[in-house]
Design a protein around this ligand. Structure first.
Ligand SMILES: [Zn+2]
Length: 475
């Protein structure tokens, strides 16, 4: 990308050009708006962190006098990716779970990890996760299960310059969270403190979320109280659900007809609830989701990494056909192992057709919708982000096309989803501020962060007595 200060008026316009802070011009602009308009030689004008106009470059150049111009010539401009489900505190243990690790033993890994993690580790984990998302073109995310005070994550999000919802680890059933917040009342009080300390307002860059583990580790009382809290603050609540047969069975033990029917009976389904994973869902449950407008967060990377069966058992293509809003999440450092929504979109567009033997089950175009506008809706931000439209917050990504994966470019969306994914993300803009430029953070020293992360992880593993797992002799 080339950049310059614009000294004079745009020229050629009959009326006086309007002032703008930023004009991104000459890129292929994927608006992801209601009509999914694409401008081959497009531009986006921004002022005060908000999009003023999107359209042909020639028209916007004439209409605006911008303090800064980014020439995206040859590049592709899209709304920032939305990662609808991540765990900021689960990034220092990446690569430490061996391939053979049954679901029933997972707590043997993560409970000791949670216990050993210091507040400084939690901050560095969040910093690493945010940096990785930034480099991969994610501008907005939703966190679940952060360890230690939420301030550790708020600081990291602000330093890297992303937009995101953060929370603290919270559940009230065994295995008891002696490592975090335990007990129903304590969980609700903690969530209340978080959402009041960091309230969400239009344009918020960081806010407290009512997100908690679920997975059969939350009582009905906690689920209902948390949902009431989310509603009272105008927030969307998120929880894991129906990932494995074990957490579905947990609802059976409560005498429920089905997990989703039980949540419906509790009165918590609705457009202000996002359920994460949702692999083991039957047709009647899917219909309940559709009727209530409940969102689904599909994490294909987490499922294929751990063999949970999203493509074998999941109904994600069917859910989309029914009109359920399905978004994408990367989950954590030891499930998908990467925070990259572009890669998640590739998986969403491919694994289901492989398992079901039909094409297309989820198209590349649908996958890109899941990674942008569907994610925005699932986070309750559909009016603010997820597409490039006047009045929306100026969160956008520019893909440079200086890599082989981007050539030749037939259909731009096919090329983006199947070939390029997030490879070659050059620029990220959040709330009108350039936070990634030339593929590098403009705000933090990336090398220093990576070195600090490696040192912290080494100390952490030593405290835990962990050794790096390998089936090969490593000397
Ligand atoms: Zn998760």
């Amino acid at each position: 990308m080339t950049r310059r200060k614009q000294g004079g008026p745009g020229g050629g316009a009959p009326a006086e050009p309007r002032k703008a802070d930023l004009l991104v011009q000459h890129g292929v602009v994927l608006t992801m708006d209601g009509e999914r308009r694409v401008f081959r030689d497009g531009a986006v004008a921004v002022a005060g962190g908000v999009i003023l106009e999107v359209g042909p470059a020639a028209r916007l150049q004439a209409a605006y006098r911008a303090a800064r111009v980014i020439d995206a010539r040859g590049g592709v401009v899209q709304p920032g990716f939305v990662d609808s489900h991540v765990h900021l505190s689960h990034h220092l243990d990446r690569g430490m779970i061996p391939d053979v690790w049954p679901e029933s033993r997972e707590h043997e890994h993560w409970l000791p990890y949670w216990r050993a993690l210091t507040p400084r580790d939690a901050y560095l984990s969040a910093l690493l996760a945010c940096l990785e998302m930034l480099r991969n073109g994610t501008t907005t995310f939703s966190d679940m299960s952060g360890r230690h005070a939420v301030e550790t994550r708020v600081r990291a999000v602000r330093e890297v310059g992303l937009r995101g919802a953060v929370t603290e680890i919270c559940w009230d059933l065994p295995p008891h969270p002696s490592v975090g917040i335990g007990g129903t009342r304590a969980c609700v009080r903690a969530l209340e403190r978080i959402v009041d300390a960091y309230p969400r307002k239009p344009g918020s860059l960081v806010w407290g979320a009512v997100n908690f583990s679920g997975m059969g580790r939350a009582t009905d009382k906690l689920i209902v109280a948390a949902k009431a809290l989310a509603r009272s603050r105008g927030l969307t609540m998120a929880m894991h659900q129906s990932f494995g047969r074990r957490d579905v069975a947990a609802f059976g033990q409560r005498g429920a007809r089905s997990a989703i029917a039980h949540l419906h009976d509790l009165g918590v389904l609705g457009p202000d609830l996002a359920l994460v994973h949702m692999i083991h869902v039957d047709a009647r449950e899917a219909e309940l989701l559709r009727r209530t407008g409940t969102h689904v967060i599909h994490c294909p990377g987490a499922s294929v990494r751990t063999g949970m069966g999203a493509s074998r058992h999941g109904r994600f293509p069917e859910m989309l056909r029914r009109g359920i809003n399905v978004a994408l999440g990367s989950d954590s450092g030891n499930y998908s192992d990467f925070l990259d929504v572009g890669r998640q979109a590739y998986l969403a567009a491919t694994v289901h057709r492989e398992a079901k033997g039909e094409m297309p089950t989820i198209s590349a175009h649908q996958a890109l919708e899941m990674a942008t506008r569907n994610g925005a809706r699932a986070l309750g931000l559909g009016d603010e982000i997820g597409s490039l439209e006047p009045g929306k917050r100026a969160d956008l990504v520019i893909h440079g096309r200086g890599r082989p994966e981007w050539h030749p470019m037939g259909d731009v969306v096919n090329t983006l989803v199947y070939s390029a994914q997030s490879v070659g993300v050059d620029t990220c803009i959040v709330e009108g501020r350039v936070v990634l430029e030339g593929g590098r953070s403009t705000l933090v020293d990336e090398e220093e962060i990576l070195a600090r992360v490696d040192r912290a992880a080494h100390r952490l593993y030593r405290r835990m007595g962990w050794t790096t797992p390998s089936p090969w002799p490593v000397t």
